[in-house]
Design a binder for this molecule. Structure first.
Ligand code: IPD
Ligand code: CA
Ligand code: CA
Length: 277
């Protein structure tokens, strides 16, 4: 099993970009005129016809170009080719809650894993028309301009972002303690509602760090490549190697990685209560 050549990576990037932009066009067309907003099991976990139509468009393009690859798409599940080393992780609309409420922060996220590791990532913001792209060894760009993580050296000067999973009402591992603690230690902690845009923002140096738990592969596969190729670090909360199946990620500009990791470990698994520094 040979790793993909630079030429193959370019093709993957171009096809993923085409698919992300096609899906983004659908999200713009459906904006403000949704016919159906359903809950998918967990309270607050929404799906709309825009999610489904955007996903159908992405799968049609990717399957046409790469019929022997496997696909994991949020609304369709796993469409597997058992012998493929390639798995596409697709979130047609990351930020559905925002989108359904008419709050314009959402993105299309398309990642490609080779041998279980993210190699290619495309995140498209249909509202700003920004296209974030990255592939292993080829760097990261936004609208063809190179991306670089921020130069912020310490938590006190940092602006962070996080999120809260749909199971937050059912577990004490709900990120509330971490959110309070980091809010005290930093210039702020944002909650955008789109994990893909959170990672793209760290890659672009607009935010210094991001952490979250309860994530799925389609939320983060693309953004991980963006952060790594923009010079940032991705790990588990404790700084050890990141495990995709854990759904728990820490991604930073690298310089604040250790201090953010230490702060997260201090609060980990505590039920919500404000802990002042
Ligand atoms: C959600 C967003 C949100 C994160 C949730 C995700 P969705 O994805 O990425 O930022 O906090 O954990 O599930 O449901 O909008 O595709
Ligand atoms: Ca998502
Ligand atoms: Ca989604």
């Amino acid at each position: 099993m040979h790793p993909p050549s630079s030429q193959s990576l370019q093709i993957f990037l171009d096809v993923a970009s085409e698919a992300a932009q096609a899906a983004g066009g659908i999200l713009r067309d459906r904006w403000g005129q949704l016919q159906s907003i359903e809950e998918k099991g967990r309270a607050g976990d929404l799906v709309t016809e825009a999610d489904k139509e955007a996903e159908t468009a992405i799968l049609a393009i990717l399957e046409r170009h790469f019929p022997d690859h496997a696909f994991l798409a949020e609304e369709s599940g796993l469409l597997a080719q058992p012998r493929s080393d390639y798995l596409w992780a697709i979130d047609p609309l990351d930020g559905t809650t925002n989108y359904a409420h008419g709050y314009a922060i959402a993105a299309v996220s398309i990642g490609l894993l080779f041998d279980g590791q993210p190699w290619v990532g495309v995140v498209y913001n249909p509202f700003t028309n920004e296209l974030f792209r990255a592939a292993k060894g080829l760097g990261a760009t936004c609208d063809r301009r190179p991306l670089q993580v921020s130069a912020t050296l310490n938590l006190g000067q940092s602006l962070l972002v996080t999120g809260f999973a749909y199971d937050r009402r059912e577990t004490t591992d709900n990120n509330y303690a971490e959110f309070c603690y980091l809010t005290h230690l930093t210039q702020g902690v944002r909650r955008s509602g789109s994990a893909a845009l959170d990672l793209a923002s760290v890659a672009a140096g607009r935010l210094d760090g991001y952490w979250e738990r309860g994530l799925s592969l389609w939320d983060i596969a693309a953004g991980i490549v963006l952060v790594q190729e923009a010079g940032g670090l991705v790990s588990a909360y404790d700084g050890s190697a990141f495990k995709l199946e854990s759904g728990r990620i820490l991604a930073t500009n690298g310089k604040i990685h250790q201090s953010l990791s230490q702060a997260l470990q201090k609060t980990a698994l505590l039920p919500w209560s404000p802990i002042l520094p």
